[in-house]
Design a protein around this ligand. Sequence first.
Ligand code: FMN
Length: 182
Amino acid sequence: MSSAKTKLLGLPGSLRRESYSRAVLQGLAADNDGTVELQIGHVDLPLYNSDLDGDDAPEAVREFRQAVAASDGLVIATPEYNHGIPGVLKNALDWASRPRGSSSLMGKPVLVVSASPAFTGGVRAQAQLNETLHAAECRLVGGPQIVIGNVGDKVRDGRLVDPAILDFAREGLKRLQAMIAG
Ligand SMILES: Cc1cc2nc3c(=O)[nH]c(=O)nc-3n(C[C@H](O)[C@H](O)[C@H](O)COP(=O)(O)O)c2cc1C
């Protein structure tokens, strides 16, 4: 059996410095079973414009697509904005979904997590995110949805530290690894 770690790219759907979504990913990056390397990226890209797309797409977009392509799988942690996903996250996924049929998202295994200071945990955003990922032909990890309510109480020093939710989320990581292993 290979000892290589599963290379995952974590995408927080927020640009906020103290983002809880990033804190969730930081928690998973620091506290997993050691078989995962979770690098945390960003979704800070120019607004999608087909006129700018193609081989000469903006550098940040080309780097983003390469980071997605180079990963074994994605972990997307989304906040909820007005019952949907933040525009910055949708925008980044729109860029990554092109060119249609050969994009970096085609067939990519993805684990979705949502988090909110509200008890609802961003569950409506998670449903919308799943739709977008289906449209982009990703492979979505099934099983119990990882929905983190009252996230402000579960984060310390920029990291998810709640043991129960970390355990639950790590099970999701295992399902993602199993999907990647085929
Ligand atoms: C424009 C806007 C809309 C929001 N709408 C919702 C919402 O529908 N449901 C919810 O649970 N929280 C909502 N919130 C609160 C966010 O969950 C909260 O700001 C969260 O911390 C954002 O994620 P982040 O910490 O990763 O930046 C909203 C926040 C903003 C700025």
